[in-house]
Structure formats: structure tokens, C-alpha cells
Design a protein around this ligand. Structure first.
Ligand SMILES: [Zn+2]
Length: 283
């Protein structure tokens, strides 16, 4: 699932492509994905794009906002006059746009379009009053997030309250917003912490090392425009590059890049692929 760096990358492009444009029409082809009255947002001008952990908002001039969670395979694809390099669509945009997996189409002024594609259809788009985005619904359930309101003291207090495996806690969106499987694996490897360690048993030094590692790997993810796993593409139709730079994630059977002695093993922890160097990340 796209994580903080992927959704941040989408946000930055949408800011460039959409802000100051007006929504002229909305075609909702799948009412399970789009909740709300399209009339509430038609003719409104897009004034800003925000991100809350893995969720995006498109804020409108009429005090309405679209809250968007792309989940596993959702894609927001822009076509229109603000696309500098022309239209190059990744093969990950299955069926193209508009295509059989396009569920919502936003028509914009000046001939622009924003398409919502989703093969698995787990994603959703909901209309909210802008004032209520943070007060109700999904955004309210999110824990503090790195680079925003997750300070070290708070991070430590989260860990100290639970004996669940540290990796599971890192990925729990109600505790910490934005960290998913790829970056949790990489942050744990970077800080030499075994993913199964009970969170509350981490020492202060380990917690600090992990806190810094989480920020470092997320920063790298943003630098490379996210990881194009599964269906992740950016609104310009291209793919991210972080999958070529992961530290532990996806390295099963390969020699660890730090100790150069042990090979990464892979197992499933709470159903998610977990990559560990048995030498660097002792249990
Ligand atoms: Zn190692």
C-alpha cells in the first residue's frame, strides 16, 4: 500500500497540476468509491491539496473538501495543459485513462482531467465540509506522523505502552500515521532492531535510533518519488524509484549491505512480508 512518501509525492504533483483550476463536471461511475453529492463540488475552485498520513484532501473554494484514500491500487492520474513532458503512462495504469478501471472522472477547466483508477476498488473518495476533515471520519483516527507532530517523547510513550511487536506498532496507523510495510522494514534494519521485539522493551537509545531511522527512510522515499510497488504511479502517469533503493525490503536471500556476512531472511509478521538480517537484527 502506498505510504507517506508515495502519497506525499502524489500531493506535490496535484498541487502543481490542480490548484487554481475549477471542477466543471464529475462523472461517478462507481458509487461505492465516491460518497457525497457531486453537485456539492461542481464549479468549485481547487485551492489546496493536503496530506494526512496516507490520505489526501483536495480543498475547494466553497469550503468543501474531497478526502481520498487510494488504499492498495488507487491511482490519481492527471491529463491536461499543466503536464510539461506530455503524456507518458506507466504500464501500471491498467487499461489506461479513461479505461475499464476508471471509477471517477473530474473534468477541470482549461481542458484538464483528473482520473481515479482502481483495479481492486478498495480506495474511496468522500466529500466533507473542509472544517470537519480533521474532526470526523478517517483523518480523526490517525496517529501523529513523522515530520509533523510525532516528536520523540510521544514516540517513546507509544512504544512504552505496548508489548506488541515493534514492526506492528510502527505500522499501526492509529498510533503513528504514514508508515507502512516497506519503510517499517527499512527503518528497523537501519536501526538494527529485530521486528519482533516487544515495543516496550526497546531501550531509549534504540528508540531514538529507530525514530531517526523512520525519518531517514521516509525522506529517502520522498527523494525517489515513492516506491512503485503494485499499482503506485504519480499523477503524471510515471513510477517512483524507491523500490530500487530499499535497504531490507525485498532483499530476501541477498547478502546484507551492512555486515556483508548474513543473508536476509523473509517471514510473515501479522501477515506482512518481513525482511531481516539475522546478524544485524538479533532478536
Ligand atoms: Zn547484516
Amino acid at each position: 500500500m502506498p505510504e507517506l512518501p508515495e502519497v506525499e509525492t502524489i500531493k506535490l504533483q496535484l498541487q502543481k497540476f490542480l490548484v487554481r483550476h475549477r471542477i466543471t463536471e464529475i462523472e461517478v461511475k462507481n458509487t461505492k468509491i465516491f460518497t457525497g453529492n457531486p453537485k456539492d463540488i461542481t464549479k468549485a475552485k481547487i485551492i489546496g491539496i493536503r496530506r494526512f498520513a496516507k490520505v489526501l484532501t483536495i480543498d475547494l473554494s466553497n469550503k468543501k473538501s474531497l478526502v481520498i484514500h487510494i488504499k492498495l491500487t488507487g491511482q490519481l492520474i492527471y491529463k491536461g495543459p499543466n503536464l510539461q513532458d506530455g503524456e507518458i503512462l506507466s504500464k501500471k495504469v491498467v487499461g489506461g485513462v479513461p479505461g475499464p478501471h476508471t471509477h471517477v472522472i473530474f473534468h477541470l477547466d482549461k481542458g484538464g482531467f483528473l482520473y481515479y483508477n482502481d483495479v481492486r476498488r478498495f480506495g474511496w473518495i468522500k466529500v466533507f465540509d473542509t472544517d470537519n476533515v480533521e474532526k470526523e471520519g478517517f483523518v480523526k483516527t490517525l496517529g501523529p506522523e513523522p515530520f509533523k507532530n510525532l516528536d520523540f517523547e510521544y514516540f517513546k510513550s507509544i512504544l512504552s505502552k505496548t508489548s506488541r511487536a515493534i514492526k506492528v506498532v510502527l505500522m499501526d496507523q492509529s498510533k503513528i500515521g504514514g508508515v507502512g510495510n516497506i519503510y517499517a522494514n527499512d527503518a528497523l534494519w537501519l536501526s538494527k532492531i529485530n521486528p519482533k521485539r516487544p515495543a516496550k522493551e526497546l531501550t531509549e537509545t534504540e528508540a531514538k535510533s529507530l525514530y531517526d531511522a523512520v525519518h531517514k527512510v521516509l525522506q529517502a522515499g520522498m527523494k525517489y518519488g515513492g516506491a512503485s510497488e503494485l499499482a503506485f504511479v504519480t499523477p503524471d502517469g510515471k513510477e517512483g524509484e524507491y523500490q530500487k533503493h530499499t535497504l531490507a525490503y525485498g532483499h530476501e536471500g541477498e547478502v546484507c549491505g551492512r555486515c556483508h556476512k548474513a543473508k536476509f531472511i523473509k517471514y510473515f509478521l501479522s501477515g506482512r512480508g518481513t525482511y531481516v538480517c539475522p546478524r544485524c537484527q538479533k532478536a
